[in-house]
Design a protein around this ligand. Structure first.
Ligand SMILES: [Fe+2]
Length: 298
């Protein structure tokens, strides 16, 4: 999921104990009371969920299943041309339904025998250390709602399309799943807030928004690009930079626009050698040295 607080609608508990998801005025579902009620109920399901228990089912509407059908068909076409082979391999293994939104429990049960990853429902923002820490245990926190049906190809927040089409397909690949786990181990290992943020930014610029050279073309492997109808058609025109840890860990990003600075791995091996090895070994000191190297460049 997108880990940044401002990207996710805040979830609050009201005085009467009920749960409310606060959508902003610009959200496509803001004026739709039925949608808002469902969002509140879905958030409540996640808050009530106990790890180890099955993930509660959501009663998606026919319009919502249609949203999935439309987005999933559009993205599948784009993936054939623009996604890296390792991600497509994950898609084949996981074989998600194309005509309806899969329940998270179903996604979790399909994923576990492949790479050991399981899903956990999240109502909204999951604190950085919690989100990454559980990756080390092969758990992925995921939102369960879907975008508003009036704009099937757009969402201002990470919905089940992002979490499942973007992340679960990658988590169905042994090589990507290993990288997610290493990111989690790194987040558990570092102690300071700055080091944790550095680890999470490297995650952002790789597993969320990473691109890779493949077969003479530039392809995408980041879940944020691969689940976005707009970004998947635009990423080749962005500012593409070499895969440097210090740059990724210190570059600021604006989540309200398309990601315009992207970092290119030269291959899966290269990604594993640079980013996998970093997450496998980094600590507060090594990260401080990388950060200083960048500020020293002026
Ligand atoms: Fe994400």
């Amino acid at each position: 999921m997108f880990e940044e607080a401002q990207y996710l609608a805040p979830v609050t508990r009201k005085a009467d104990g009920s749960i409310e998801v606060e959508l902003s005025r610009s959200h496509p579902g803001f004026a739709d009371q039925v949608y808002r009620e469902r969002r509140n109920r879905i958030a409540e399901l996640a808050l009530r969920h106990t790890p180890g228990e099955p993930i509660p089912e959501v009663d998606y509407t026919p319009e919502e299943h249609d949203v999935w059908r439309i987005v999933s068909a559009e993205l599948a076409v784009a993936h054939q041309e623009l996604a890296v082979a390792e991600y497509l391999h994950g898609c084949e293994r996981l074989a998600l339904p194309k005509d309806r939104i899969p329940q998270l429990q179903e996604v979790s049960e399909a994923l576990q025998p492949l790479t050991g990853f399981r899903y956990l429902p999240a109502a909204g923002l999951v604190e950085l250390r919690e989100f990454y820490g559980t990756l080390a245990d092969s758990y992925f926190h995921s939102t369960q709602y879907i975008r508003h049906h009036s704009v099937p190809l757009y969402t201002p927040e990470p919905d089940v399309v992002h979490e499942v089409i973007g992340h679960a397909n990658a988590l169905a690949s042994d090589r990507f799943a290993a990288l997610y786990r290493l990111a989690g181990e790194a987040a558990r290992r570092v102690e300071g807030r700055e080091a944790l943020e550095f680890v999470s930014k490297v995650f952002w610029f790789t597993l969320e928004f990473g691109v890779m050279a493949e077969g003479g073309d530039l392809k995408a492997y980041g879940a944020g690009i691969l689940s976005s109808y707009g970004e998947i058609r635009e990423f080749r025109g962005m500012d593409i930079r070499p895969l440097e840890l210090a740059a990724m860990g210190t570059t600021a990003y604006d989540i309200t626009h398309y990601q315009d600075v992207l970092f290119r791995a030269e291959s899966m091996d290269h990604l594993e050698d640079v980013v996998g090895a970093f997450w496998a070994t980094c600590d507060d000191e090594s990260i401080a040295r990388l950060s200083v190297a960048v500020s020293g460049r002026g």
